[in-house]
Ligand binder design. Structure first.
Ligand code: FE2
Length: 289
């Protein structure tokens, strides 16, 4: 359970992202983004969940996206979580991808996908949908740590002029996806770093450089069993530019050991606007003869 006093209350983050070639009819399109529920009776309470859903609905979003880690280990809590998620209201629907925790057991993927689908939430696994026709695509990718991360199967098939949102649980994928056009990647996974010091940021961002600065023998002793959550801690939360692509990382709602400090659970409201087109160079005046 999140200790609200240490973590902070639910925070609604507003983000505006410029999108190249976004049709004028989609200017101002509003996306609600939620991530990392870890709904298992320990890491996310029903009170925070229902408060988040009420706030999300008050935003009247065009679309809701969910970027994985619905559960932590056993997948069965999805049976209780999905009816809550189905209360989210969006004009064109709710789209989801699975995270690494949704693939923990051999039956997790199937149970979670089937349950979400039954409640009207569309799970995208290396799939693309066009809820607004050819104006904007939504792509969902399989989790990076599994053999289901197959961007090459889906991204090249999208007409190049069509802007696209890409849902990918783990933000490390941005380093790979930068070779394709991804107008906005939406991720979670990091929980914002969970322990965040004022003026310093997520402490985990310092673990990797610290480890690499140590002699190999000491490194092995100290970190042999440490599991690396993510390589790019600099993308632990918020909006980033990766090559020409935008990446937004949501801090999530649930938590994980050792808990959160100064890292509030997050509900994100993203507004898309057409990128300002650069004015063409002035035409050279024809010389009068
Ligand atoms: Fe997570």
């Amino acid at each position: 359970m999140i200790h609200q006093f240490l973590a902070g209350k639910l925070q609604l983050e507003y983000v505006t992202v410029p999108i190249d070639a976004l049709p004028q009819r989609l200017a101002g399109l509003r996306i609600v983004h939620l991530s990392d529920f870890h709904f298992d009776g320990l890491r996310l309470g029903v009170k925070l969940l229902t408060e988040t859903i009420a706030q999300a609905n008050a935003l009247a979003p065009d679309v809701v996206v969910l970027t994985g880690d619905f559960v932590t280990y056993e997948p069965e809590p999805i049976l209780e979580l999905a009816p809550y998620l189905a209360q989210l209201q969006a004009k064109v629907g709710i789209f989801a991808v699975l995270g690494n925790h949704d693939l923990e057991l051999s039956h997790s993927r199937e149970l979670i996908t089937q349950t979400l689908t039954r409640w009207g939430i569309q799970v995208l696994e290396n799939a693309v949908v066009y809820p607004w026709g050819e104006g904007l695509a939504i792509v969902g990718l399989g989790d990076y740590w599994s053999d289901l991360f197959l961007p090459q199967r889906v991204l090249p098939a999208i007409p190049p002029q069509v802007p696209r949102l890409v849902l990918s649980h783990n933000p490390d994928t941005a380093a790979i996806l930068r070779k394709w056009r991804v107008d906005l990647q939406l991720s979670g996974h990091t929980h914002g770093g969970q322990i965040v010091l004022p003026h310093i940021g997520p402490v985990m961002a310092y673990a990797r450089p610290l480890r690499l600065s140590m002699p190999r023998s000491i490194r092995k002793l100290l970190w042999r069993s440490t599991h690396e959550v993510v390589k790019h801690w600099e993308w632990a939360q918020g909006l980033h530019r990766v090559g020409k692509n935008w990446l937004y990382v949501n801090r999530g709602l649930g938590t994980y050991l050792p808990g959160r400090l100064n890292c509030p659970p997050e509900l994100t409201c993203i507004t898309l606007v057409p990128a300002a087109t650069t004015a063409p160079p002035p035409l050279a005046m024809a010389e009068s003869t």
